[in-house]
Design a protein around this ligand. Structure first.
Ligand SMILES: Nc1ncnc2c1ncn2[C@@H]1O[C@H](COP(=O)(O)OP(=O)(O)OP(=O)(O)O)[C@@H](O)[C@H]1O
Ligand SMILES: [Mg+2]
Length: 289
């Protein structure tokens, strides 16, 4: 399977939300990482054929998704960022309804609803109204509706927003349990969501794809460029003004800084192993140093 973006741009008035983006995705789990306003939702809505691009096109196995129409939608699972629910529906009613819209038989919609609610730990809430669900519970219903119909293209816009740490871990387990025979694209600005599960990470900033690498390769680009140093509190500002700083801790009147720099930032600085937060800051952070 190949989902290909060819020269896709999106303009909202003067705002360039997406700037001539081209890439190809095959089976596997891809993370779309970028700060607020980077263009993640815009890109995903174009890839689900909900939003028409200003230029370019999206092809699934060589065919334009807008021409495929219903045929594409049958293969697609989508969790929008602002997943709205019907407050007076029970979880089961809502999911049966979505299942039927996706073309499942009544029997199959019920079977999958039961199985998936169990998978996300909501089996006890099956007959409760969605209006009474917490934010994280609603989000899990959103994940279930995206998985209904066993789609081979899964596009999830911030699926872990609002999930507590335990539910994030459960979600990562669900993702890794999905068959590798499908294409999963998930957006987030939480790097730990991707490190363990994403085969590749796409870095998006200001509507432009900056990089596309495996998590391992991304971390490797920072090898030898992350440092820790303990300085008197008074020296902190000089260093954080001159270097990217991914962490500050205050201990016994001293500051322990984590700095990103191609050269040793301080005579007492010691190199440390880069992590994904360092990577985020270097490529996607606001600060330009
Ligand atoms: N309907 C719209 N009308 C005008 N501008 C828009 C519209 N939707 C998005 N934008 C602008 O396009 C840019 C990209 O927005 P988008 O929602 O795609 O970003 P995002 O990466 O999903 O951000 P977030 O992390 O906050 O969800 C932003 O500058 C945003 O203000
Ligand atoms: Mg968004």
């Amino acid at each position: 399977m190949a989902l290909v973006l060819e020269n896709v741009s999106k303009l909202y008035g003067d705002t360039v939300a997406l700037d001539r983006t081209s890439f190809a995705l095959n089976c596997g789990i891809y993370g779309l990482l970028g700060p607020n306003g980077a263009g993640k939702t815009t890109l995903m809505r174009i890839m689900t054929d909900l939003l028409a691009p200003s230029t370019g096109r999206v092809l699934l196995d060589g065919q334009d998704i807008s021409a495929l129409g219903g045929e594409f939608r049958k293969r697609l699972g989508y969790l929008p960022q602002d997943f709205g629910v019907y407050p007076n529906f029970t979880a089961e009613q809502f999911l049966l309804y979505i299942g039927r819209l996706k073309g499942l038989s009544k029997f199959e919609a019920k079977r999958q609803t039961d199985e998936l609610l169990h998978l996300v730990g909501l089996e006890k809430k099956q007959r409760k109204k969605l209006g009474s669900f917490s934010g994280g519970e609603r989000q899990r219903v959103g994940i279930v509706q995206a998985l209904l119909g066993d789609p081979d293209v899964l596009i999830l816009d911030e699926p872990t927003a609002g999930l507590d740490p335990e539910e994030r871990i459960r979600f990562r387990g669900i993702l890794s349990g999905l068959s590798q025979q499908r294409l999963v694209l998930l957006s987030t600005h939480i790097v730990s969501d991707l490190e363990a599960v994403a085969n590749e990470i796409i870095l998006l900033k200001n509507g432009v794809v900056l990089k596309r690498e495996t998590p391992f390769e991304l971390l490797r680009t920072l090898e030898g460029a992350v440092w820790t140093v303990r300085v008197p509190a008074g020296e902190e500002a000089v260093l954080t003004g001159a270097y990217l700083c991914s962490n500050v801790m205050h201990r016994d009147g001293k500051s322990v800084l984590r700095l990103i720099s191609g050269r040793k930032p301080h005579p007492d600085a010691a190199p440390v192993t880069p992590n994904m937060e360092d990577m985020y800051l270097k490529y996607l952070g606001k600060q330009e140093i």
